[in-house]
Design a protein around this ligand. Structure first.
Ligand code: PMP
Ligand code: GLU
Length: 400
């Protein structure tokens, strides 16, 4: 190589979910019958009225740059959604539309973090959180949660991690990868801690529409007016409207933060795709039964996969309350009874490699989400595949 890479780029791990999905696709291209449960991506087509709005935008020549923060129509629609769903009034200027929730979240970190700052996050966490925080020179401080307490954080542990450098507490409810929904009292407790620490609450609510058993979403913005002033909300169209490839996400924040994000985005990325913005607008303004239908289908799959996984000896699993992930604890299978390529399997990383190469099923190791001894399976895939996947997993773990 003629010159050097930055330390930041050199040390950065690529996203494990994306990497494992690509690996499965590569094996499929080689003719192997691999079933992938690695990527969290709805398997439904984007609803037709959303696609039609995109075609219309192209036909009408809406293919130029837009304001960096997004077209006013979409920002207004998002503000109206906030008023409708969260019950507070929100100005369109508080909304910035970005290239997916991932980009929206990165904008948040870049707007609030200084090198050396700390962000309190809960394990298991989405793989991207520590990577993005690290890119800003800041450090994640991790509070572990487990299946035994339904992945609810202990507030005393959170309080003990607060320091002079705490810039934010990150909430992701419903959670990727556990599917847990934080109890209202925990969210209220976290809001109290954030007030004591005088730090932000970053709330990634991308799965808020995918809730089961009739649950209602509860966001830290709903705790009260004062708390809302410190909440930086991240949301998007990818999961709710099955629009992962369209790349539309957004932030809803106090005005000063929105202005900072707008400035950053104007220099780093300009606007997200104009066509996708018109499509997302149709999603938000159009009939919402498509969202409910997709959620009901995820619930049906959850109701199949969870008991089926629980039925495998040595697999421990709770009932996810939202999102579309099963996150079973499998440490009973890491005692060396499984041997792969002549070596005893003793950690979740080795187990997922074994499952991929031997059982032809792609999953993500819990350690990538900060919690060893678990694996993640996305059930945003067809019932047939789920049934076959569970059969392969059972065969891989206990034989037969
Ligand atoms: N947050 C979480 C927890 C996610 O799982 C995802 C999915 N990739 C995102 C944010 C961002 O989604 P996207 O960039 O596709 O909008
Ligand atoms: N959020 C999804 C997942 O966790 C998509 C992949 C990614 O962006 O990490 O699988």
């Amino acid at each position: 190589m003629p010159a050097r890479l930055s330390g930041r780029a050199k040390d950065l791990k690529s996203s494990a979910t994306v990497r494992l999905e690509n690996l499965a696709k590569e094996m499929q291209r080689q003719g192997l019958d691999v079933l992938s449960f690695a990527l969290g991506e709805p398997d439904f087509s984007t609803p037709p009225h959303i696609c039609e709005a995109a075609c219309k935008a192209i036909a009408e020549g809406k293919t130029t740059y837009t304001p960096a923060a997004g077209i006013p129509e979409l920002r207004e629609a998002i503000a109206r959604t906030v008023e409708r769903d969260y019950g507070y009034s929100c100005a369109p200027e508080q909304v910035v539309v970005s290239n997916g929730g991932k980009h929206a979240l990165m904008n948040v970190w870049e707007s609030i973090l200084e090198p050396g700052d700390e962000v309190i996050i809960f394990a298991p966490y989405w793989v991207t959180y520590p990577a993005q925080i690290g890119l800003c020179g800041a450090k994640p401080r991790v509070v572990r949660t487990t299946i035994d307490n339904d992945f609810q954080p202990d507030l005393d542990e959170v309080r003990a991690l607060v320091s002079e450098r705490t810039a934010a507490i990150l909430i992701n409810s419903p959670s990727n990868p556990s599917g847990a929904v934080l109890e209202r009292s925990i969210i209220e407790g976290l809001a109290e801690i954030a007030a004591e620490a005088d730090c932000w609450i970053v709330s990634d609510e991308i799965y808020r529409h995918i809730l089961f058993d009739g649950r209602q979403h509860f966001s830290p913005t709903m705790v009260g007016d004062e708390v809302r002033e410190r909440v930086l909300l991240v949301d998007g169209a990818s999961k709710a409207y099955s629009m992962t490839g369209w790349r539309i996400g957004w932030t809803v924040t106090p005005l000063e933060v929105a202005k900072a994000i707008n400035r950053l985005q104007s220099q780093q990325a300009s606007n997200p795709s104009s066509i996708s913005q018109w499509a997302a607008l149709a999603g938000l303004e159009g009939p919402q039964d498509c969202v409910r239908k997709m959620c009901a289908e995820f619930e049906r799959r959850r109701d199949y996969i969870i008991p089926a996984l629980a039925d495998i000896p040595g697999v421990k699993i709770g009932k996810p309350a939202g999102a579309f992930y099963a996150f079973p604890e499998v440490s009973a299978h890491l005692d060396g009874h499984i041997v792969h390529k002549g070596k005893a399997v003793t950690n979740d990383d080795q187990l997922t490699t074994y499952l991929l190469e031997d059982a032809l099923i792609s999953t993500v190791p819990g350690s990538e989400f900060g919690l060893d001894g678990y694996i993640r399976l996305s059930f945003a895939t067809s019932m047939d595949k789920i049934q076959e996947g569970v059969r392969r997993l059972r065969r891989g773990l206990v034989g037969g």
